[in-house]
Write a protein that binds this ligand. Structure first.
Ligand SMILES: Nc1nc2c(c(=O)[nH]1)N[C@@H](CN(C=O)c1ccc(C(=O)N[C@@H](CCC(=O)O)C(=O)O)cc1)CN2
Length: 313
């Protein structure tokens, strides 16, 4: 169970924190069991190649965590660090080599890429069978069609956490705020796949607060700290906060904050994901699950039972 103890409010109503860190640990264990099964069958562990171009500090932390968690799940992680000055052709050549390397099951290019590199072109060069980020046109097409495929990690994590809190999602009204390729668009499709009624909203949506107030499940993924105010949230709603914004404190230090006004939301929502410790850790957990899935599919094997029910497509 990864829904934390309830916080009691003066009103007596309770906001419950959805513990993404605990959920991610559970998924890491599922990936570990799946990786072990595949290692025994194939005689080699699943392998993830991670490509990092440039020196963006946050990306370096994420990549380090991806490598660490991949290895502690019993898989091989191959890291390719390139200077910010790498050319698009060099990057495409590396992806070409990884595409044909028989022991590489998953390829991930850490985003954002340094200025001058076109992320779309680079990501679309990845073999869809190895697209553990679920970002190629083939993966997006499979998601639209409801066909089997590798699903984007952060949105898959959002659906997983919503199910943890609410169980069956059928018929729930989900309002997704944000239309990025990484989160908003695929999240809308994944919730649709879970039989939800979905509204995909963005900065140009007319009367966004009124639409947000209709949500049973509100996905805040606009990348704007504190954008979702208390009066955007329907009492009893579930708020899944995808924002990871580093904001400066008056004393010169910095803090991570989400897209929702968290303190105010605690008094209104029934369930909420904290930042940090909510959706963020799920991104890497779903990456591990996708790597196990990609390895099994490439080998023509059944998806290991431990990861089959994780809702990642
Ligand atoms: N190729 C990709 N690039 C990026 C993705 C992605 O899914 N694929 N997502 C983000 C970054 N990201 C993974 O790459 C990521 C973001 C946040 C976390 C996380 O665990 N966050 C923690 C807080 C961490 C901190 O202190 O900074 C949390 O929210 O608790 C993991 C992975 C953009 N790029």
């Amino acid at each position: 169970m990864t829904v934390q103890d309830p916080i009691l409010r003066p009103s007596g109503r309770r906001a419950v924190l959805i513990d993404g860190k605990a959920a991610a640990e559970g998924l890491d264990q599922a990936a570990r069991a799946g990786a072990l099964e595949l290692t025994q069958t194939l005689g080699r562990p699943p392998c993830l190649a991670v490509v990092l171009a440039g020196e963006d500090p946050a990306s370096q932390v994420y990549v380090r965590n991806k490598v660490r968690r991949t290895e502690s799940a019993g898989m091989i992680s191959v890291e390719h660090r390139l200077p910010a000055s790498v050319s698009q052709d060099e990057l495409l050549a590396l992806i070409g080599r990884l595409n044909i390397d028989p022991v590489v099951d998953g390829i991930l290019v850490q985003l954002p890429l340094p200025a001058g590199l076109d992320a779309q072109t680079v990501v679309q060069a990845i073999d869809p069978a190895k697209d553990v980020d679920g970002l190629t046109a083939a993966s997006a097409g499979a998601l639209v069609l409801g066909a089997p495929g590798l699903r984007p990690c952060t949105p898959a994590g959002c659906v997983y956490l919503a199910r943890q809190a609410l169980g069956d999602l059928t018929g729930r009204h989900v309002v997704v705020i944000g239309r990025s390729i990484l989160v908003g668009k695929p999240a809308a499709l994944l919730f649709l796949d879970a039989d939800c009624t979905v509204s995909l909203a963005h900065s140009r949506t007319r009367d966004l607060p009124a639409l947000a107030r209709q949500a049973d499940i509100l996905i805040a993924a606009a990348g704007r700290p504190g954008m979702v105010k208390a009066d955007w949230i329907r009492p009893g709603a579930t708020v899944i906060d995808v924002g990871i914004n580093r904001v400066a404190r008056p004393d010169g230090s910095s803090a991570l904050t989400g897209d929702a006004d968290y303190e105010a939301a605690l008094d209104i929502a029934d369930f909420i994901t904290p930042v940090p410790g909510g959706v963020g850790p799920m991104t890497i957990a779903m990456l591990l699950i996708n790597t196990v899935r990609a390895c099994a599919r490439r080998a023509g094997l059944a998806i290991p039972a431990s990861v089959a029910g994780t809702g990642a497509g």
